[in-house]
Design a protein around this ligand. Structure first.
Ligand SMILES: *[C@@H]1O[C@H](CO)[C@@H](O)[C@H](O)[C@H]1NC(C)=O
Ligand SMILES: *[C@@H]1O[C@H](CO)[C@@H](O)[C@H](O)[C@H]1NC(C)=O
Ligand SMILES: *[C@@H]1O[C@H](CO)[C@@H](O)[C@H](O)[C@H]1NC(C)=O
Ligand SMILES: *[C@@H]1O[C@H](CO)[C@@H](O)[C@H](O)[C@H]1NC(C)=O
Ligand SMILES: *[C@@H]1O[C@H](CO)[C@@H](O)[C@H](O)[C@H]1NC(C)=O
Ligand SMILES: *[C@@H]1O[C@H](CO)[C@@H](O)[C@H](O)[C@H]1NC(C)=O
Length: 627
């Protein structure tokens, strides 16, 4: 029995907890079996030195699935065989023209499209590795990301070349920037494909580097996380099984391929299942369903507020027949992370989608949670854990109390150790690491020991242990449902209470007049802590009636200290490339009406929200108003 082995294993089994409501035991078993199978195949590939997704592509291209579509993009389809042959050509082009050697890292600054995939797998085919650069970056951040990958070569999508300016190039001595024009594409496509011997791509460590993917910290520069073969090769196999991903399934994603959601959980799971990946160039409510229908996709991927934006878009109407096309799709499952509970059911109903698979993970984290749901029991849960899973895997995850003064896990002054929360209470989620062999589970940030160390905590439950800090507040209820509470650093204190921005924005988001809410705490002169401010995108103009109704809603539903004292009405929420909300800019701007551009600030007075202008700001500043 490989069980003890699996218990010692990283990602696939250790962190991934999954269970279903009524049948927790059978789900646990299914998850364990799938994790074990994925992991033992991973170990066997490790032994043979064949840990490279290139081999999965090759197996499909030379097997039963050879003529099955693997990739779809804007009306074009490539079979497994076609992708494989193209990848060999691109690999040779990289080797011959750019002298790319095995183990070298090459940076890709590309938008979503077939070339992204061809170059990525082309590099793997010759034993080299890609670093995925966020194509939205420019200036210092762009130069930084390229520099820390230690590459000598950057391939740049013709569509984003404007951002690779002379200044950026000057900041990168010794790095060659190549714009991948249509001429170069033609060159690559006409290069003779050669299948290099296995020796050139020998990979015999699950912890070895497969891809560099940058984590986008809310502040500071992006950090290059080492995505290991464990994550790239083993985890997608496990997850594709949990999702029931079949070869006949088509997964549509328009999330950026430079992030791990689309790359590891999108492309990775499709390849693991022998299914199809349909790629959208970028997210747009106008093209989303059109592309889903045109590709006959059966699974869609979301991140952040994607589903909310799809919900607030007008119905899809057939221009010829006038028919409402909202439910005209073959989608059986939406999977991703960040779906808010108040959106979950409305999304399922409007678009006729049966299942939601909500997961929790971070690019660099050694574990994750996964929750597949076809009913209401798990609504909003990011993970589920049954009894069996808790017994076997519980020891690898812990939720500990947090000291809000320091925003660090709280330590008992007597023992110096942390304290697990009682079930149902939120705390920081930690994943267990091997104290004497950290890289076996957490490979950290490329070439950056201090950043890597900052994610590790020692002496947590007992002297000598080591854990990975997620920076996220989660709670696990007695039914084994895991919920997201807040990001540490987002929670703020007001009147000596701790306010979870996520909980408040979920509550406001339930109001029918609100399309989107983003909550944060703002500093006020002459006040301790931070006062709650909700940035809102409304679904209708801000009438007195709506403002009163909003005030009544929050006063009814929230404890006094959590009620947002301010509203910031905005036309469009600032967001990241993966549709996640930005808080830090608005938090820094606060509620000074001069600093918020064309947005309007309101505050809670006498039971309703009224305009907060320069005059009121002056009063707060003068100290004549106490909140
Ligand atoms: C260039 O960078 C800016 C700012 O970083 C970004 O908004 C823009 O989308 C980028 N342009 C392209 C063509 O990618
Ligand atoms: C999608 O399905 C329809 C109907 O079965 C079919 O006519 C069409 O060719 C399919 N589209 C693709 C891209 O396979
Ligand atoms: C808020 O955090 C502080 C500091 O960590 C803690 O002492 C206090 O109990 C918390 N308050 C609530 C209501 O949870
Ligand atoms: C490591 O990361 C930190 C924080 O992002 C950064 O300030 C530092 O310059 C990095 N060090 C190296 C060697 O890249
Ligand atoms: C990223 O760039 C694309 C293309 O230039 C643009 O449409 C998009 O709005 C940008 N996204 C962000 C988050 O800047
Ligand atoms: C609130 O009501 C009180 C008395 O009912 C009144 O004196 C005060 O001016 C009102 N404040 C505002 C901001 O309307």
């Amino acid at each position: 029995m490989p069980v003890p082995l699996a218990l010692a294993a990283p990602v696939a089994v250790a962190g991934l907890a999954y269970v279903n409501a009524k049948t927790q035991l059978s789900q646990d078993l299914r998850s364990l079996r799938s994790g074990l199978a994925a992991h033992s195949r991973g170990l066997s590939r490790e032994k043979k030195g064949m840990l490279n997704e290139f081999y999965k592509l090759e197996d499909h291209a030379q097997g039963k699935l050879a003529n099955k579509p693997f990739l779809m993009f804007e009306g074009r389809t490539w079979t497994y065989k076609e992708v494989y042959e193209t990848v060999l050509r691109y690999g040779q082009w990289l080797k011959n023209v750019h002298n790319v050697k095995p183990k070298e890292i090459v940076a890709l600054d590309f938008m979503n499209g077939p070339n992204f995939l061809f170059i990525w797998f082309g590099l793997w085919s010759i034993g080299a590795k890609p670093a995925f650069i966020n194509y939205n970056l420019s200036d210092k951040a762009l130069a930084h990301c390229i520099r820390v990958s230690k590459t000598k070569l950057v391939l740049v999508d013709a569509d984003v070349q404007q951002n690779v300016t002379e200044d950026v190039k000057a900041a990168l001595p010794g790095v060659t920037c190549v714009v991948f024009s249509s001429d170069l594409e033609a060159d690559a496509l006409s290069t003779a494909g050669v299948r290099e011997p296995n020796e050139c791509r020998r990979e015999d460590k699950l912890r070895g580097l497969a891809i560099l993917i940058y984590t986008s910290g809310t502040t500071g520069l992006p950090k290059p996380a080492v995505v290991s073969w464990m994550k790239m090769d083993v985890a997608p196999e496990h997850i594709s099984r949990l999702m029931g991903f079949q070869p006949k399934d088509i997964l549509y994603t328009c999330m950026p391929l430079y992030h791990s959601s689309a790359a590891v959980l999108g492309v990775g799971t499709a390849l693991a299942a022998g299914g199809t990946i349909a790629i959208g160039k970028k997210f747009s409510t106008k093209t989303f369903w059109q592309e889903v229908r045109a590709s006959n996709s059966t699974i869609i991927q979301y991140v952040g507020e994607t589903c909310r934006y799809l919900l607030s878009a007008p119905p899809n109407i057939d221009p010829v027949t006038g028919e409402n096309l909202d439910k005209k799709n073959d989608v059986r499952l939406a999977f991703g992370n960040g779906l808010r509970p108040e959106v979950w059911n409305r999304f399922k109903e409007r678009f006729g989608i049966e299942g939601i698979a909500e997961f929790y993970a971070a690019t660099e984290a050694p574990g994750g949670f996964f929750n597949l749901s076809n009913n209401d029991f798990g609504k909003g849960a990011i993970g589920r854990q049954g009894l069996l899973a808790s017994l076997l895997m519980g020891r690898d995850t812990v939720i500990v109390e947090v000291d809000w003064e320091t925003e660090q896990p709280w330590r008992d002054p007597k023992t110096g150790l942390c304290k697990a929360v009682t079930p149902g209470s939120p705390g920081e989620a930690l994943f267990r690491l091997e104290p004497n062999d950290i890289p076996s589970k957490f490979q950290g940030y490329f070439g950056n020991k201090s950043s890597t160390e900052s994610k590790i905590m020692r002496d947590v439950l007992k002297k000598g242990d080591a854990w990975f800090r997620t920076g996220d507040m989660l709670s696990l209820d007695s039914d084994g449902r895991m919920f997201f509470s807040d990001r540490i650093g987002d929670t703020f204190r007001w009147k000596s209470e701790n306010v979870s921005t996520n909980e408040v924005s979920e509550c406001i988001g339930e109001h029918p007049g609100v399309d989107e809410a983003n909550v944060f705490g703002v500093e006020l002169p002459h006040h301790d802590g931070r006062a709650g401010c909700a940035a809102l995108v409304l679904s209708e103009p801000a009438s007195q009636q709506l403002l009163l109704s909003l005030a009544q809603h929050v006063q009814q539903k929230l404890p006094r200290f959590a009620i947002p004292l301010f509203l910031r009405l905005t036309k469009e929420m600032q967001r990241t490339g993966t549709n996640k909300q930005q808080k830090h800019v608005m938090r820094a701007e606060g509620v000074d009406p001069k600093k918020v551009g064309s947005d309007d600030i309101y505050w809670l007075r006498n039971g309703t929200y009224v305009k907060f202008t320069d005059k009121e700001w002056a009063e707060v500043n003068g100290g004549s108003v106490k909140l």
